[in-house]
Design a protein around this ligand. Structure first.
Ligand code: FES
Length: 341
């Protein structure tokens, strides 16, 4: 028996995809080349909002802060949370087609390296059974073995590294994926089920001005991919990285960034410690940025890390007159906090 439904997607053009009974709309769209803006894939950001024109979809009730009561009454749903229950017709934003546009795929990876690089932080290198197309800044999902749970990790290397992906992973106290898997038993040679790429926090190759990168903790990962790609396109590009952590023990990749800055005249690396002196700068990345620049007109920014760091960083960029449209952000939201009420 066919347990899939036909979904007509109406936007700047009209396309039809099949979506299985247990498949989310966003998954079906991205797998079939229908690009829709998306970010968290957890129902918390509202980026994947679409309107159901006819038919029925099932979804957990969204939070009112993600979809207003009025939007819910008017048929808006989150594509990353909704599964069709009948043939449906869905309206997507007219500009939805502009985005990274890589096909969503399931691939298998083998761990080829795992290294402790800072307090409670490891880098994991995974070799894929087939190359995965993605844009610098995007992420994939790992399936936690023995469960249906997934965890999201950004690629720290730009695409084109011969099918190898680098991830930065910080231990979460009691975390299903970290305490009970990655930091407990994951070893060289183990396999990982990977789905991706996801997200539209990506390097914009059309903006060729100077770049500010603000990262908190392992929010450094996608910024590393973005910096490497930007410098590959223009080795003299002005790129300022501010990496914020609490203590020196939390800092990692210091040699890598210092060596990159030594090789590229426009690259500046500024580690920022919020809880101690003695290395780099003392303070939060947004505050240090404001100290360093009188004006950020003409700059673009990429921010990734905990929500409070990202919000403060956006304010800092705007305070120094950076155009809002040139500020891209990705919030690392803990999974427990991401479950819709
Ligand atoms: Fe669907 Fe964030 S991508 S709510």
């Amino acid at each position: 028996m066919d347990t899939s439904h036909s979904v007509e997607v109406v936007g700047s053009s009209t396309q039809t995809v099949r979506c299985a009974d247990d498949q989310r709309l966003l998954d079906a769209f991205l797998r079939n080349g229908v690009y829709l803006p998306n970010s968290c894939n957890q129902g918390t950001c509202g980026t994947c909002k679409v309107k159901v024109l006819c038919g029925t979809v099932d979804a957990p009730p969204p939070s009112d802060t993600v979809l207003s009561p009025e939007e819910q009454t008017n048929g808006f749903v989150l594509a990353c949370q909704s599964t069709p229950r009948s043939d449906t017709r869905i309206e997507v934003p007219l500009d939805a087609a502009s985005g990274p546009g890589h096909l969503l795929r399931d691939v298998a990876g083998i761990v080829s390296g795992i290294e402790s690089v800072a307090d409670d932080t490891v880098t994991v290198t995974v070799d894929l059974d087939q190359p995965l197309e993605y844009s610098a800044g995007q992420y994939v999902e790992f399936t936690v073995p023995g469960t249906d749970e997934v965890r999201q990790y950004s690629m720290a290397n730009p695409p084109g590294d011969g099918g190898s992906l680098e991830f930065h992973i910080r231990r979460v106290d009691g975390g299903l994926a970290t305490d009970r898997w990655i930091f407990d038993s994951l070893e060289h040679g183990h396999s990982i089920a990977i789905r991706g790429p996801w997200g539209d926090f990506v390097h914009d190759p059309d903006h060729d001005g100077p770049i500010i990168l603000l990262g908190g903790g392992t929010g450094l990962a996608p910024l590393k991919a973005i910096a490497l790609q930007a410098l590959e396109l223009d080795s003299a590009r002005e790129v300022h990285l501010y990496h914020g952590v609490r203590t020196r023990g939390d800092l990692y990749d210091v040699d890598f960034w210092q060596s990159l800055a030594a090789r590229h005249p426009g690259m500046r690396y500024t580690p920022c410690l919020s809880r101690e002196d003695g290395f780099g700068r003392r303070g939060y990345v947004g505050d240090v940025l404001v100290e360093d620049f009188d004006s950020l007109r003409g700059y673009s920014a990429y921010l990734c890390g905990p929500p409070a760091m990202v919000d403060a960083g956006v304010k800092a960029c705007k305070r120094r007159r950076m155009a809002g449209r040139l500020i891209r952000r990705e919030k690392y939201t803990p999974v427990a906090a991401a479950v819709p009420a």
